[in-house]
Design a protein around this ligand. Sequence first.
Ligand code: PRP
Ligand code: URA
Length: 208
Amino acid sequence: MKTIELKHPLIEHKLAILRDRKTGTKEFREIIKEISMFLCYEAMSDAKLDEVTVETPIEKMKTGKLNEDNYAFVPILRAGMGMLEGVINVIPNAKIGHIGMYRDEKTFEPINYFFKVPKKIEKKEVVILDPMLATGGSAIDAIDLLKSKGVKKIKFLCIIAAPEGIKKVEKKHPDVQIYCASIDSHLNENKYIVPGLGDAGDRIFGTK
Ligand code: PRP
Ligand code: URA
């Protein structure tokens, strides 16, 4: 599946603030949340609705409702937590899992340190959250872990993706649809996204 990039002047505007090194923690968090809401809307454009009848003040009508229990959000710790509030605003009854990962500073390989997902996860559509898709290592390991638990439908939401990471994830997991707000230029020698926004986790949590 080809990666979907949100192309919209308002998204570019929000990203310009997010990328700016002078943007402080509060505004950084708010914009991650806002963009995550838009990503979630886009990711739900193929959602199947249950047919329901509602009575408006004027008359009865047949319409559709989402069974929110069929969805689980799984942020990759830490930075993915910054996206959770935004997507939960959109689907408030979705269940939540957590995958703990960090990149080894020398090898850039992801190390998994935590995995906890809701019961019957294999029956749900799982939406993974991580602001940065760089080499793609963390995304691939997170998808591998979820598939090993029997999950069949997975989407991956990120704010910024590098072409190198996209290529790797699309090759290893062609069934996983990636949604991002921007596909940037490339990775630098430290495997940071260029131009990117720096270290997403540190900027969300103010740790540097
Ligand atoms: C960042 C980011 C992704 C990962 C992306 O996390 O949030 O999880 O790197 O890199 P990759 O595509 O090359 O695997 P980091 O390891 O910095 O941990 P953090 O969320 O705790 O800051
Ligand atoms: N992780 C980040 O937080 N930023 C990058 O550019 C790459 C990995």
